[in-house]
Design a protein around this ligand. Structure first.
Ligand code: WTA
Length: 635
């Protein structure tokens, strides 16, 4: 079992060790796992190339570290408690033994369909246990899973399936989300039309709705599982064999398929999980993230299961049937650690205390947040009304690229400060650099957040495009990994994350590239160009503000075109990327060289009407006044 630090002096001591002798530190931790063959070298790295390898020549399977390693003492313990969308439907408890058997059966199903080590399997499913079974079966046979969040449109799904070259798609007939049903299979069908690489689709029955099953391609999950046997020996994987691909947004239009590998990711997610949340035997841990995002991968599935934890998985949404749903789940299952996004806290806070008052919430020990900065009001509400002044809040900063939590309190150990992610986790060496790349030493500094030294969970590449990986993360400040975030280190050496400094925005905890949204808007036949920026939004953190230049209006005028733009974004990305505000403008503020001055558009979206700094390079300075006037009407 990975060790747990339990005092502040313990943290300081371990942190010092982890930065003065990183290889000794991480190899001691890695030794607490089960390796078929021990690694011969702990680390080899070069941030210029970049090339990062951990636990070199080690052979293992991550699922052996979840199942075989725990089977003697945890067989009858709940691995997953699954709470369905509808509270009237029975919940499911799946023990380690049962989950193990299902994973082995599904491993055999995948093998029988010709899936081999290194093949990619795309997964587009609702939040049901079979999603976890699928991902672990992939890991067990050495196939690389690529999970696509079920809120993505068919277009986005198809793009991701093709980029990864997936030969199998695992999906479901439909999915429940609050009062809505999502036609998952229909969306999958549309996506598969353009993906020649997909040979078979495996379809789980969840909603029972009518769907088309294409003969020769589509197979029912239950038919395949009915005859699959539950003996299976895990494939032997190298530490550096890819475990999964997960797509995320960057500042250009095309999503990036970040690749995480086996050994380092395993060690890092397990160790962070245990220490950040101070998980102890018998605790019920509830992470409300969707498995389609990195938080779900690392802290709903891999981290907890590697630690032999009981992880609670929730199919639905926080506001259905009412805004007390999270707290009902906490009371019903006696949740000890609860991990969610600030946007969820803000939206529940806006609904008032009546949804919290009747709840006990006395099983809670630790609260966590992730995905975006948490404002002080939300922090205090969470602390006072959910944590009852008793539970420490861990504000965890990290990214899809980092694999696991990077800057964070350890619950109850590192003293917290509202809106601060506090101190680096073991082995993490954050540095703050100015725009010229000069490292800002000491405390009370603010600038670009970089990382100076590798950690085991760092992504190794972008699928099919290593050069892009290099350009994105290692080129801006040579020798360092650049996070894309701004941060402040205060007088106590505590870190506060200030938000993205690139063209990525964070909307309700969803990370979106503004270029991606612009591409979707520009697909509209009547649009000639657009510029998208983020602006502060009381619930979502950031809202999406789109400035759109049209060729002409069709019938329906301005309102008509705005509605059809919203539809275009829903079709190209998904409804979570719909702009909150659309302003039709006659032109965009551009420099003489044709570059859009986003700085000005951001300020206008924030409500500013003067002081735009140097605008002398603008081709047409008058356009700024026109946009300001139009923006006032939208307020
Ligand atoms: C932001 C989510 C402030 C940040 C795990 C980062 C945060 C991006 C925090 C990554 C936090 C994440 N405080 N900002 N505690 N956690 N972020 O890849 O801008 O979906 O770069 O990973 O979310 O988003 P991603």
């Amino acid at each position: 079992m990975v060790p747990k630090i339990s005092t502040l002096s313990g943290y300081i001591f371990e942190y010092q060790k982890s930065v003065t002798n990183p290889t000794g530190f991480w190899s001691n931790l890695a030794d607490t796992f089960y390796w078929r063959k021990k690694y011969t070298q702990t680390l080899e790295w070069n941030f210029e190339k970049p090339e990062i390898k951990w636990f070199i020549n080690g052979k293992l399977n991550i699922t052996e570290n979840i199942f075989e390693r725990h089977m003697f003492h945890r067989a009858e313990q709940a691995a997953i408690i699954w709470e369905p969308n509808n509270p009237e439907e029975a919940y499911r408890t799946i023990t380690y033994k049962e989950l193990f058997a299902e994973v082995k059966r599904f491993s055999n199903v995948l093998l029988s369909l010709g899936v081999k080590k290194g093949d990619r399997v795309a997964i587009y499913m609702p939040m049901v246990p079979e999603l976890v079974i699928t991902m672990l079966a992939c890991a067990r046979i050495g196939a690389i899973h690529s999970i696509i969040f079920a809120g993505f449109s068919s277009q986005s799904l198809g793009e991701r399936i093709m980029d990864a070259g997936a030969k199998i798609l695992v999906t479901s007939d439909g999915g429940y989300r609050g009062a809505k049903t999502i036609p998952i299979k229909q969306i999958s069908d549309e996506a598969m039309e353009s993906c020649k690489c997909v040979e078979k689709a495996i379809v789980l029955k969840r909603t029972g709705e009518n769907i088309n099953m294409k003969p020769g391609r589509d197979l029912w999950w239950h038919d395949l599982m009915a005859t699959a046997n539950d003996t299976h020996k895990a494939e032997e994987m190298d530490s550096e064999d890819p475990l999964f691909i997960l797509y995320t947004s960057g500042s250009t239009g095309k999503p990036k398929g970040l690749v995480h590998t086996t050994g380092g990711y395993m060690v890092y997610t397990a160790y962070t999980f245990r220490n950040v949340f101070q998980y102890g035997d018998g605790d019920i841990y509830f992470c409300s993230a969707d498995i389609g995002w990195i938080t779900g991968h690392s802290y709903l599935v891999y981290g907890p299961l590697l630690c032999g934890a009981t992880t609670l998985m929730f199919e639905g949404i926080p506001t259905w049937p009412d805004a007390g749903r999270f707290w009902d789940i906490v009371d019903k299952h006696q949740v000890a650690q609860f991990y969610t996004a600030p946007t969820a806290i803000r939206s529940l806070m806006a609904m008032g205390l009546e949804w919290v008052k009747q709840k006990k919430l006395d099983s809670l020990k630790v609260l966590g947040t992730v995905g975006e900065p948490i404002n002080e009001d939300a922090w205090h509400w969470y602390h006072d009304h959910i944590g009852k002044d008793r539970c420490p809040i861990v504000d965890t900063w990290w990214q899809t690229e980092t694999g696991g939590i990077m800057i964070t309190p350890l619950a109850g150990i590192i003293p917290t400060k509202p809106s601060y992610a506090t101190l680096p986790f073991m082995g993490i060496q954050p540095v703050i650099v100015n725009p010229e790349g000069k490292e800002l030493m000491g405390n009370s500094v603010e600038g670009n957040l970089c990382l100076d030294f590798p950690w085991p969970g760092i992504a190794r590449t972008i699928w099919g495009d290593h050069e892009r990986f290099k350009q994105n993360y290692f080129a801006a400040f040579p020798g360092k990994y650049f996070t894309g975030d701004g941060a402040k280190r205060d007088e106590d050496g505590y870190y506060r994350i200030l938000g993205r400094v690139d063209d990525v925005i964070n909307v309700s905890g969803h990370r979106l590239g503004t270029a991606e949204i612009e591409n979707a808007i520009d697909e509209h036949p009547l649009v000639s160009e657009s510029a998208v920026v983020g602006y502060p939004h009381p619930i979502k953190g950031q809202g999406i503000y789109a400035y759109v230049v049209c060729k002409q209006f069709s019938t329906g005028g301005e309102e008509g075109i705005k509605n059809s733009i919203l539809m275009a974004v829903t079709n190209f990305i998904g409804s979570f990327a719909k702009p909150d505000k659309i302003q039709i403008v006659s032109g965009l503020p551009k420099t003489r060289s044709g570059k859009i001055m986003r700085r000005i558009l951001r300020k206008i979206a924030e409500g500013q009407t003067t002081d735009f700094g140097d605008t002398t390079t603008l081709l047409d300075p008058e356009i700024v006044n026109e946009i300001i006037k139009g923006a006032e009407k939208l307020k």
